[in-house]
Design a protein around this ligand. Structure first.
Ligand SMILES: Nc1ncnc2c1ncn2[C@@H]1O[C@H](COP(=O)(O)OP(=O)(O)OP(=O)(O)O)[C@@H](O)[C@H]1O
Length: 876
């Protein structure tokens, strides 16, 4: 065993792409014997590889009274939620660990070999199958073994050109303490923060392994030392977070370049409510610590996805430890384990909501592009333009390199002393100036990338606001309390980072400017004194051009890669949307419910899509968005510019726009049919009434049959009055009845007010300024007041509910099953297994019962994965 004092993790890069990297998989385990015995209801129906329904509708047997079948008696039972969830992958009860490996981690290894850190989390309530998925059994090895096996196979394919060194560590985080599972000790290990290495575990042992088979022994040994103890929900419940980490060091044989990546596989402790486990005393404290870590983990993931500059890693040991395995250049897979049984109804629901949130981080990014101003076609145009500019820059670079090579030969060995002296002075000055210029260019590139992220996020904000306008009432609250604040926070964070970067740029810029003037003066003097030095002067100028050109090249590459991601996501969304649209339309048509208006609208969309596909690029003049132009240009004369990506906001001073707003607010709410008819007629259709004939463009006449009735009109008017009362009145979410369809109307008004507020404040930062635009960061104070509409929400991610003491009376606990893994071991060496008896009235007590301390590894069967009877005897 190799003992290290400090482990050197690979340094993660930017944290910008976190959201796009999370993949979420849900695994539903089969019913266990207990659940089968109780004949529980199934609360999960797996629809296909990506979808499941939680709490599906049940077909109740017909109810007869006096021999006559009665209408539905559903009022006696709780309504089925019938919630449909979509994930990257859904594995039903019949899917094996091999299937989970194929869906979850197989592809990830390619990213690992490319230099990305990778993490796999298994999340779920106690007994949901986390450890089975991660570790498995001898017959069904878990994904840790399968992944490592595949890793070794991958490595053997690269043996010719690379050398590999693989080390593994296995630790647990229990009650906010870190323990080494490969070198057990009752003394916790300390986490240390080193500026150059990041967070390290002092004294952690790392073992080198050569084949996957060695891993089995190691996991066996580690698992024996893991803290476990029985709960009501799982007789072998793991009460700690286990973190298995693989460090792969790759050295390229030809270039000697070395790279270190880390694969982390984290078996999280159960996310169940305290009531589910029936825990009290020490166990309750454990539960609280588990939830604390899970909450901290959820917060970090959300913040990373928001693009926050501050990520609260320090909130728990687990997140501190995983700092470089989350976000940044890390690929993350989240596996949510659930039980299909109605016994675990609440836990399953909570797990699915957690997983859906993680999945939504991704989806919200996908979605924001499809409706945003920059749609796929525009992104492709911009991308094409950037590619062209990149090629041009490369061509210029080549020429510059050739010129530089030529100029360095000029003068050769015949230079006079005066020339040599001038040359030395110029070179020294050029060195200083060059270093400053490189620094300035690097800062400007980072700032442009931030501006791009801000640009994309601003559009996401608008998109979410737009969604709120169209969404159903059910989705409204979530959009207002979660989505909009999240997008908003992200925009603000980017703006803040951008402003910070601007001040640094200004500092370096003034030094660069001063040194540039000094250098220019020196060059002028040199030319005056020694005109034959013209080549040297020329060379200095070429060098600067070359630097700028190189930096522009790099920037274009970065922008292209970001835009490419956007295009891919957008294209995927478009395809999905069209498929769905087609399906819905054809279904309606099949039932004879597709009115001509809808058919026309449908055909219009399909035609649009077709023409989008046929765009020819060669003869199109690219009208690049000025914002994108700024982002993709490194102009040293105007290095900073305030952000102004709050486009498309209604201009409150513009009478036309005001009229339009008013029109929107006075047409009030029209029925869907009205909207369709409007689309046909291309003009507002304000007061359609039942039976009103409407002439369509194709001369067909249709009659509205389902216009709103007068009370709707009244309610729309009432809402309109509320909306007109101003932001103070609508700040209070409580005043709006979320069940009232018209609330969308008021909420849309809020968004407009928000947007208006954000667009009014002036950017105060000064020279050198390119455009007199607004900066969102300076609107923070104003916006914060306005945004109290997000009200009840404290703007913090709420991923996991912390466990609170609940009305649970210690309930009957079955006698310990014939399972060995779930032995309880306190860190101080005493036993946790304090279950008394097997009677119905048995209770869970604490250590006070005083059973003899036994270490878990002394009690388990030879194989790591078997959970066979423990070797100790429980006192009866
Ligand atoms: N997909 C599956 N197929 C067969 N058995 C399974 C499956 N998933 C879980 N099990 C069984 O269910 C029981 C509980 O699973 P496991 O110990 O993995 O739960 P867990 O989520 O890790 O619980 P805890 O958080 O309490 O440690 C085990 O006996 C395990 O063998």
């Amino acid at each position: 065993m190799v003992k290290t004092t400090a482990m050197v993790p690979s340094r993660s890069g930017s944290t910008q792409n976190m959201a796009a990297n999370i993949k979420v998989l849900v695994r539903v385990r089969p019913f266990n014997a207990k659940e089968l015995g109780q004949n529980n209801r199934t609360v999960i129906e797996v629809l296909d590889e990506n979808q499941l329904v939680f709490d599906p509708k049940e077909d109740l047997p017909p109810f007869y009274y006096q021999g006559v079948q009665q209408p539905s008696k559903n009022y006696l039972k709780r309504a089925n939620k019938e919630l449909r969830f979509a994930f990257d992958c859904v594995c039903g009860p019949n899917r094996t660990n091999q299937d989970v490996f194929e869906c979850a981690t197989k592809d990830m290894l390619a990213s690992l070999m490319e230099g990305y850190n990778c993490s796999v989390f298994v999340y779920g309530a106690t007994g949901a199958g986390k450890t089975f998925t991660m570790i498995g059994s001898k017959e069904h090895p878990g994904i840790t073994y399968l992944t490592m096996d595949h890793l070794f196979q991958t490595i053997s394919g690269h043996q010719m050109d690379r050398e590999f060194d693989i080390g593994v560590s296995y630790i647990e985080v229990y009650n906010e303490n870190v323990y080494d599972l490969l070198q057990p000790s009752s003394t916790p290990l300390q986490l240390r923060d080193y500026p150059q290495y990041g967070v390290t575990v002092a004294g952690l042992s790392i073992r080198n392994i050569k084949v996957a088979q060695e891993l089995l022994d190691m996991l066996e040994f580690g698992n024996q030392n893991r803290t476990q103890h029985p709960t009501d929900a799982n007789a072998e419940s793991s009460r700690s977070h286990a973190v298995f980490q693989v460090y792969v060091t790759m050295r390229c044989k030809t270039s000697n370049q070395c790279r270190m990546v880390k694969l982390s596989m984290i078996d999280l402790a159960g996310s169940e409510r305290a009531s589910a486990t029936g825990c009290i005393g020490e166990r309750f404290k454990e539960g609280a610590n588990i939830n604390r870590s899970l909450l901290a983990l959820g917060n970090c993931i959300n913040k990373l996805a928001d693009g926050s500059s501050y990520i609260p890693y320090r909130d728990s040991k687990l997140t501190r430890l995983l700092k470089d395995s989350l976000g940044g250049n890390c690929k993350t897979v989240m596996i949510a384990n659930v039980s299909p049984s109605s016994i675990s109804y609440e836990d399953t629901y909570n797990t699915l909501k957690y997983a859906a949130r993680a999945n939504k981080i991704q989806l919200s990014l996908k979605k924001n592009i499809i409706n945003a101003d920059m749609n796929a076609a525009q992104s492709m145009k911009v991308n094409k333009e950037l590619q062209r500019r990149l090629e041009e820059e490369e061509k210029k670079n080549k020429e510059l390199r050739a010129k530089l090579a030529l100029s360095s030969n000029v003068g050769g060995g015949n230079a006079s002393e005066k020339q040599v002296s001038w040359s030395r002075r110029i070179t020294a000055e050029e060195l200083v100036h060059g270093a400053l210029e490189s620094k300035l260019l690097a800062l400007m590139s980072q700032q442009r990338v931030l501006a791009l992220r801000h640009y994309l996020r601003t559009r996401a904000f608008e998109h979410v606001a737009d969604l709120a306008h169209r969404s159903s009432c059910d989705a409204l609250e979530q959009i207002y309390t979660e989505d909009i604040p999240r997008q908003d926070r992200a925009v603000e964070n980017y703006a803040k980072q951008y402003t910070n970067r601007n001040s640094k740029i200004l500092e370096v810029w003034s030094n660069w400017n001063a040194s540039g003037q000094k250098l220019q003066k020196l060059l002028d003097e040199c030319l005056a004194d020694c005109p034959c030095m013209v080549d040297t002067v020329q060379k200095v100028k070429l060098q600067s051009k070359y630097r700028i050109s190189e930096a522009s090249n790099d920037l274009h590459c970065k922008i292209i890669s970001i835009m490419k991601d956007e295009i891919t996501v957008s294209a995927e969304c478009m395809t999905d949307t069209f498929d769905m649209l087609k399906e819905v339309y054809l279904t309606l048509k099949g039932y004879g419910h597709a009115p001509p208006a809808l058919t026309l609208q449908y055909l219009g969309i399909i035609n649009k899509a077709k023409s989008a596909k046929n765009i020819s690029w060669s003869d199109t003049t690219v009208n690049t968005d000025p914002d994108i132009k700024f982002i993709s240009t490194l102009d040293l004369e105007s290095p900073i510019s305030p952000l102004n990506f709050t486009a498309n906001l209604p201009d409150t001073n513009n009478a036309d726009v005001q009229d339009k707003d008013n029109a929107n607010t006075t047409i009030d709410i029209v029925s869907d049919t009205d909207n369709l008819a409007d689309t046909e007629n291309q003009k507002p259709c304000n007061n359609k009434r039942k039976g009103t004939p409407i002439k369509l463009n194709n001369n067909e006449t249709i009659i509205i049959n389902d216009s709103f009735e007068s009370e709707n009109l009244n309610s729309a008017k009432k809402i309109k009055t509320e909306a007109c009362m101003g932001i103070e009145n609508i700040n209070n979410f409580g005043k709006i009845d979320p069940n009232d369809l018209n609330s969308t109307f008021v909420l849309a008004e809020k968004v407009n007010n928000l947007k208006k507020a954000s667009s009014k404040v002036e950017f105060k930062d000064v020279q050198p300024v390119k455009r007199g635009l607004t900066d969102r960061t300076n609107t923070l104070s104003t916006m914060n007041t306005q945004r109290t509409i997000n009200c009840s929400n404290d703007n913090k991610a709420r991923i996991v509910k912390p466990v609170m003491p609940v009305r649970r009376i210690a309930t009957a606990m079955p006698p310990p099953r014939s399972a060995a893994f779930g032995s309880s071991v306190a860190r101080d060496g005493s036993s946790y297994r304090t279950v008394q008896g097997g009677s119905k009235n048995a209770t869970v007590t604490d250590k006070s019962v005083g059973l003899k301390a036994v270490r878990a590894r002394e009690r388990i069967e030879p194989h790591p994965y078997s959970r066979n009877p423990p070797r100790y005897a429980v006192r009866k």
